[in-house]
Design a protein around this ligand. Sequence first.
Ligand code: TRP
Length: 454
Amino acid sequence: MTTDSPDTRGSWGSKLAFIFAASGSAIGLGSIWRFPIMVGLNGGAVFVFAYILAVILIGFPLMLTELTIGRHTQKNPVGAFKTLKPGTPWKLVGYMGVITGVCILSYYSVIASWGVGYLYKTLIGAFQGEMTWTRSDQIFSSFTANPVQVLICFLVVIALTTFVISRGVKGGIERWSKILMPMLFILIIIMAIRALTLKGAGPGISFYLKPDFTKINPRLLFYAVGQAFFSLSLGMGTMITYGSYISKEENLSSSAGWVCFSTTLVALLSGIIIFPTLFATPGINPQEVQASTGLMFQVFPLIISKLPGGYVFGVLFFILLFVAALTSTISLLEVPTAFLIDEHKWRREKAATVIGAAAFILGIPSALSNGASPWLTKINLMMKMDLVFGNIMLAVGGLLITIFVAYVWGIPQALKEISHGTPRFKIKPLWIFSVKVLSPLAIIAILVFTIFFA
Ligand code: TRP
């Protein structure tokens, strides 16, 4: 973004700058950490298949919808609904997004903080030598069970995110992420190739890529849609906010397409690293650990240790993972911050600091729920937060945004906004069908089934 003060609204320097910023928001722990857990929890390849469908049929259209609202109104989510339908309760959808954002930020930063801890551990050589499952698992659980270490790392993540947002130094981050994100991508590909060539990778590959369609059920679809929303940063107004910085010349549809494509690719590759490695590692029963909260942190060191130059590779990987997580936490904090600046005329520093502090306090129980507090661990508080905010609230938010555009603001208005910069909107029929019929019906059906029957 070229400028960042509340009164002169900034805009992205170019189309590529926007795609990088939006992919920075989207690509992160959602794809690398959360996606494999969801695959493990929902029976493997059939989930991968459902996830891809959810991205194409529901996620991509919703991303376009959010960007359109954002660019048209040039506002944060609350302001956007107020502008389009003044004096109606629709602004509550915006408020819901702001609250969801703070809640996701609270536990998401905890996972990011594990990345910080792992970077430190890699630097001091904790993963040197022969890596076995028992050793990797032990390193993970003793780290997350130590409240002091976890809370310090958590504080580092929140403080850095707050600093970036309050100083408006995002410009710098964007410039850096243009170099670092492609590097992360290359590292992930190298790890994926190594994982595929492990002895005994076969069962993991079939678990991950050979779908058993008899396993499809509403709960799986619910998680697939939730994962699509989570990984693409949808359902709470992030893309409304990011869209508000896009210029009229840009092609919203192809930008959204690129973001969806790159994010899905990273998620798929992360699974290609995890499952073959997991199934090929002696001494574990994959069924027991394939949905574990720490899956990525337990498995990645195993494959990194099998690469030449494992030490340097590991350090580099955890630095890049941290950058990927930071560009996502930044986007989560930006929504509530933009709301307080625009709607309540707060100063940027004050808004970012207050929300950052709130997210920290709110996140403490999640930070302690992986071994540090027996009770919070037993109820698995962090994954409960993720279920409520990362799945249900995003799905409800996405549903309401879709209904709003289809039946309140109106398809013709949205199409007019999309047409700026997109003279030939090739997937117009898909978008209209998704927004008017498929997305609302599918989301309602899935929510009702899972909440009442599962
Ligand atoms: N999409 C990010 C990830 O996958 C997380 C994220 C950032 C997010 N902003 C969001 C998720 C808004 C939901 C809504 O890591």
